[in-house]
Design a binder for this molecule. Sequence first.
Ligand SMILES: NC(=O)c1ccc[n+]([C@@H]2O[C@H](COP(=O)([O-])OP(=O)(O)OC[C@H]3O[C@@H](n4cnc5c(N)ncnc54)[C@H](OP(=O)(O)O)[C@@H]3O)[C@@H](O)[C@H]2O)c1
Length: 323
Amino acid sequence: MATMKAVVVEETGGVDKLLYKDLPFPEAHEGTVVIKNHFIGINYIDTYHRTGLYPLPLPFVLGRESAGEVSAVGPDVKDFKVGDRVVYIGGSTYSEYTEAKVGAVEKITNDVSYETAAAIGIQALTAWTLVRESYPVKKGDHILIHAAAGGVGLLLCQMCRYLGATVIGTVSTAEKAALARENGADYVINYTTEDVVAKVNEITGGLGCQGVLDGVGKSTWDISLQCARRLGSVISFGNASGVVPPISIATLAQKNLKIMRPTLFNYMTSREESQKWWGEVFELLAKGVIKTHIYKIYDLADAKQSHIDIESRKTTGKLLLKP
Ligand SMILES: NC(=O)c1ccc[n+]([C@@H]2O[C@H](COP(=O)([O-])OP(=O)(O)OC[C@H]3O[C@@H](n4cnc5c(N)ncnc54)[C@H](OP(=O)(O)O)[C@@H]3O)[C@@H](O)[C@H]2O)c1
């Protein structure tokens, strides 16, 4: 039987649970295609799947996105043919080949490389839905972005600058501060050494921010609420430092705040939604509004090291795997 290499999780836990194994070569079925993955995007969510914070049925092939070429099509598939260049958001992408539902596959034009397509994918779609839907950023807004030099963070800085907001980013090192500034942050605060609430008050004349975009979670949540302006929106979209503790809804009445906890996957539940958001993100890329910042490309066999690196807070921008 023909086999391929993949990164499998048989039981949840630390990085040692990432097993580089031979698996049967996938086949295309009704409504699916098989993609030969050229680049695989790493996202923080992959660590939640590995640890079991977000449970998946075991065993599973890790990964949520890839870019590559169609290598086989299901019997009823009309919209794709072998050789099409595509990007995919779904499951089981830490592998040489992935069977993908056609509804989650998007064609890419020749001017977009596989590397760029895999690098913008989930992180750019997340960032764009955050600033268009979760909190529609307006010209003149002050927006606080935590982990501003991360994958989603850098794209948020670029997009908020484009939308005319004043961007305040938080980061953990001087190098990350410089990178966030290059990507659109007007102010950068080191949240490991500085008083973020005092700094935000200084920058905003004591008013706070209209929008707070928080993918860090546990360690920043209180700061986020304190930095929000009266009538402001606090958007919690991740848990890099741990899950946000339960809050009493009455605390929101102090400033008439809105809070929201969105996921990208609930913004892309239909073909129409998916095409709309992909279309807008590709347009931002073509206009030069967003640029990828690739931290490192790891061999698929080194997926373990990529998880060690992203969890140790030393990475910036996007991490990719190459089968
Ligand atoms: N809701 C959605 O649909 C959705 C979609 C995509 C991503 N997300 C979330 O968005 C966030 C960012 O994802 P990403 O893939 O772009 O990752 P990332 O931002 O590149 O990496 C996480 C960053 O979080 C910061 N951080 C703060 N405290 C941390 C801690 N205790 N441990 C580890 N990191 C810590 C670090 O930046 P500093 O060193 O500067 O602190 C780190 O670089 C994640 O929470 C992810 O789950 C959500």
